[in-house]
Design a protein around this ligand. Structure first.
Ligand code: SAH
Length: 358
């Protein structure tokens, strides 16, 4: 009898249990003539407690745990290794189900723990200033792989900083809107009270700007915030540093942002790097001011993190101060963000699997 049972167990192709919704988990228990609430318990173990082993589901009997083991497996990411910066930033090499690797970064400040999450392996866009752009886009991450990065960094934040994650930014590898459905389902889990239960107001999706999908987010009534990697409010300049922007000219992009604001009433954050000889003229500043007056927004000036093989250089402080002063005088809110994790290549635009374990 035991051998017979074992044979069935071995021959069955196990399903990924995390592909099942809560209702499907409940249905599974009902199909086994067991109470449906067991499905809810399993859902909580998987999504709220982030457990990756049936043995740890201690409110299930041994028989029920064995049953799950017979039918299912729990696919999950593995943190291959961590690098810790002198400023407390942690960069994780995240091994996916098929052993490809992406990076995610936990950025602590005195009051916050922010997780910077990847949405794709590599990137299909061609921004000349970004290290990830040099990697070929291999594939989209699935929703679980995105969710798991967040859970792993939530645990790290509790371990190293004695507090849960406070914020999530989709500013790691990849273009989140090119992986629209999976990013949105991951966010659904992150904000689900029966999973991580974070407020969507603490989540920001950052995009290079794909007008059709910005409109779609507004139509889908998303509750999270939007950041746009603008870097220039002049089309001729923008398409030089972000060549894909030729396909999505600024007038069309701006209309989609107006649409976003009209439907969500959420102001947009423009991310902006100032480079010498690229966007360091008064003309550039004025174009940015005009755009900000049109769309309720704020500007986040990001420090440029030099990447290998590029001669681009951040403009000097006088130019950055000029940006800050003109924007402020025009009553546009502006912040200047210092880079974190520079010593471990964990800062914006530096994620390129350099420390990759093969
Ligand atoms: N594809 C998305 C998200 C990933 S990039 C987007 O474009 O928004 C996250 C942020 O890092 C973007 O604002 C991007 O413009 C910025 N960035 C890219 N390369 C950088 C670099 N070398 N130094 C500083 N910021 C960089």
């Amino acid at each position: 009898m035991r051998f017979f049972y074992k044979r069935i167990l071995e021959s069955r192709v196990k399903k990924d249990i995390r592909a099942l919704s809560k209702e499907e988990l409940q249905d599974f228990f009902v199909s086994q003539r067991l109470p449906s609430f067991k499905g809810g318990q399993v859902y909580q173990w998987l999504w709220q407690k982030g457990v990756h082993d049936f043995e740890l589901m201690t409110n299930l009997s041994l028989r029920h745990r064995n049953l799950l083991n017979e039918y299912f497996e729990i696919k999950h990411i593995n943190i291959d290794f961590q690098q810790r910066s002198t400023d407390g930033t942690i960069k994780n090499a995240v091994k996916l189900f098929d052993h490809l690797v992406v990076e995610s970064v936990l950025i602590p400040t005195s009051t916050r723990s922010t997780a910077c999450v990847s949405s794709q392996v590599g990137c299909s866009l061609d921004c000349t200033f970004c290290a990830t752009a040099a990697l070929k886009r291999m594939r989209n991450l699935n929703a679980d792989e995105i969710y798991d990065q967040v859970v792993a960094m939530d645990q790290q934040s509790k371990l190293y900083h004695q507090r849960p994650l406070s914020n999530i930014v989709f500013m790691g590898m990849g273009e989140p809107l090119m992986n629209y459905n999976n990013v949105l389902s991951a966010i659904e889990k992150i904000t689900d009270a029966e999973a991580l239960g974070m407020s969507p107001r603490r989540i920001i999706v950052s995009t290079s700007g794909i007008p059709k999908l910005i409109r779609k987010m507004a139509d889908d009534k998303v509750k999270f915030g939007l950041a746009l990697s603008l870097h220039s409010a002049r089309q001729e300049v923008r398409e030089q540093i972000m060549p894909f922007a030729k396909k999505f000219p600024l007038p069309e992009l701006i209309e989609s942002l107006e649409y976003w604001y009209a439907y969500t009433k959420k102001q947009i954050t423009f991310e902006y790097i100032v480079w010498e000889g690229v966007n360091d003229l008064m003309e550039d500043i004025q174009a940015l001011v005009r755009l900000c007056k049109r769309i309720p927004s704020k500007v986040n000036i990001i420090q440029y993190n030099p990447i290998e093989g590029s001669s681009m250089k951040q403009a000097n402080q006088t130019v950055i101060d000029a940006y800050i002063s003109v924007l402020t005088k025009s009553r546009i809110s502006v912040t200047y963000r210092r880079s974190r994790g520079l010593d471990i290549d964990a800062a914006c635009g530096q994620l390129a699997n350099k420390g990759d374990v093969k």
